[in-house]
Design a protein. Structure first.
Length: 317
């Protein structure tokens, strides 16, 4: 089974920092939208270019060697591990960044994930200049509140970054686990076990031979929760099937082999349930805690066999 590169791309959009996926030649194959406010480039401007476009002229040789050495010895290097470099923005100005490197494997090919975070000193200097314009007594009181807010904001940012990294690591480990699975059931269990570790649920739908309908094959939700939803909806999980034309996100996955983010699962479930049960859709979403999903084509040996859906309330576009 292969994990589409587009699935990693959807996960990268959940990262608060600029992020890219690079191949062994240094070519950028994926870039998220956060690269634009940080680096000045749009994702389309970076994809297909060599990473050296972001490296200052005097450091390009060192950078090339760094890429080669990382693929030779692919060890994860988290933020704050001392890999502090300067990058060039589109306008030519240098920016000090902290870089996280993480090896990933997509469709059997080694790649590296880079996450870039602007060094916090720059933000602190800007914040300090603003504070100097305030009156002394107001500044003292205000600084206390601002420091608390900044601290909370920083902790949230760190938590979001760490969670996004955990999501990518779990997805990468799931891809590795798929390779050793001997049957579809083992494959699903291996993947769901990895994703469960970071509070992600997954569902597998099997595609019929005519490629017109999907039927529910596997779910990682607890049996108790499944029984509750079955009782509420009046639909047995083992009997749940539907036409791919019922919802646009699912139709796109099957017909175009795209990985699609669905930020309105309530509407999708409403369309899939029998009309008399459509009013239950929001309750089903609340019970399963799946406001958002990432849906990807399920491909085995080059053949589309179904749809793989990952759900969590932590996912964003």
């Amino acid at each position: 089974m292969t994990v589409p590169l587009e699935l990693y791309q959807k996960f990268l959009e959940n990262i608060p920092d600029a992020a890219m996926v690079v191949n062994p030649a240094g070519k950028i194959v994926v870039a998220n939208h956060q690269v634009q406010p940080m680096l000045g480039y749009t994702p389309k401007e970076l994809v297909g270019k060599n990473l050296s476009i972001l490296i200052p002229a005097g450091k390009k040789r060192d950078h090339t060697q760094l890429v080669k050495s990382f693929f030779h010895n692919p060890i994860s290097r988290p933020m704050g591990s001392g890999l502090d470099l300067s990058v060039l923005r589109k306008g030519g100005e240098k920016m000090a960044v902290d870089i996280m490197l993480n090896p990933i494997e997509v469709e059997g090919k080694p790649l590296v994930l880079l996450m870039l975070h602007e060094m916090p000193q720059q933000e602190q200097e800007s914040h300090s200049l603003q504070e100097q314009e305030e009156e002394l007594d107001h500044r003292v009181r205000g600084r206390t509140a601002e420091l608390k807010l900044s601290s909370e904001s920083l902790m949230q940012e760190i938590a979001a970054r760490e969670r996004a990294a955990d999501m990518l690591l779990a997805l990468n480990q799931a891809a590795v686990s798929m390779q050793s699975a001997t049957n579809p059931q083992d494959m699903f269990l291996a993947v769901s076990d990895e994703l469960k570790k970071i509070d992600l649920d997954c569902v597998v739908f099997a595609l019929n031979q005519e490629s017109t309908h999907l039927s529910l094959e596997h779910m990682s939700f607890s049996p108790r929760l499944i029984r509750t939803v079955e009782k509420l909806s009046g639909v047995q999980a083992k009997d749940f099937s539907f036409s791919i034309a019922k919802t646009e996100p699912i139709r796109r996955v099957i017909l175009t082999l795209e990985t699609v983010f669905d930020d309105n699962v309530g509407n999708s479930i409403k369309a899939l349930l029998p009309q008399k049960l459509a009013s239950m859709a929001d309750k089903v979403v609340a019970l399963l805690n799946i406001p958002n999903t990432i849906n990807a084509p399920l491909i085995v040996s080059g053949e589309l066999i179904g749809l793989f859906s990952i759900s969590s309330n932590h996912l964003n576009t």
